[in-house]
Structure formats: C-alpha cells, structure tokens
Design a protein around this ligand. Sequence first.
Ligand code: AKG
Length: 148
Amino acid sequence: FPIIRAQISQDYIPDSKFYKVEAILRPWRIQQVSSALLKMGIRGVTISDVRGFGAQGGSAERQAGSEFSEDNFVAKVKIEIVVSKDQVEAVIEKIIDEARTGEIGDGKIFLIPVSDVIRVRTGERGEKAERMTGGRSDMFFSTGSSTA
Ligand code: AKG
C-alpha cells in the first residue's frame, strides 16, 4: 500500500463531499502538472487556455516576455479537477509542487464546493459518478465493483 499523504479532512466551509480544484497556472508547467496528477491516480482533468491578470495588473517586474499579449493580459492555463474531499489536499500539494517557480505569476488555486457529480453515460450520481476505474480510489481500495 502506498502511503496516503495529506488525507487531511480540512474543515472547508461550506462542507461538501466533492470539491473542484481550479488552478490558474503557467502554460509551460501544465504538462508537468497533469502528468504528475495522472501518476497519483487523478482522472478527469479539464484544461482551458485563458488570459488574465492578478495583483500585478498583468506586469511582472522581471520581464515583459512572450507570456504577455498586446493588451497586458497574461496567457495562463486553467486546470479544473473535481475530486472527493479526502483527495483535495493531495491534489493541491501536487499542483504546488509541480507548478511553483517562486516567481511572480505562478498563479492561484481556488477550491469550490461541488453539489453533485453526474455521469452522462449512466446517469450515476455522487461517489459512483466521481470515481473512475484506474483512478486514485482504485489504488487504495478494492471495491470489487466497476464504476467506469
Ligand atoms: C499579475 O498580474 O498579478 C501577474 O502576476 C503578472 C505576471 C505573470 O503572470 O507572469
């Protein structure tokens, strides 16, 4: 059995069974982030190309490089992952590990409670819909049932 790190059940408010971890990150770190998430058994990742700015208003002290568009919005990638509560801290930790450079512009992570998860193919809801075969929950528990 692998050691389950960060199975901390934080007192997130509002409390929810599922949370969306939404991170705005540097585009060139996304490959690294997503393969690390895949390796830890996270399944179901959505990526969007976005543009925006944070506290610096779209300017970094260090450089005005290729990440900037002409209107000063900075190209970022939004990564969205819905996981059960007990996986949230591990996902956050992994994103920070893989995305952090320590420089301005590393991005932010938002934690959003999710009311329900519904699998379109089967109509399954809740835990059954969130769980994916070969995913993290399969690595830690053998449920004996297929929930793909
Ligand atoms: C901001 O607008 O807050 C920034 O951090 C701009 C720098 C960057 O995202 O590279």
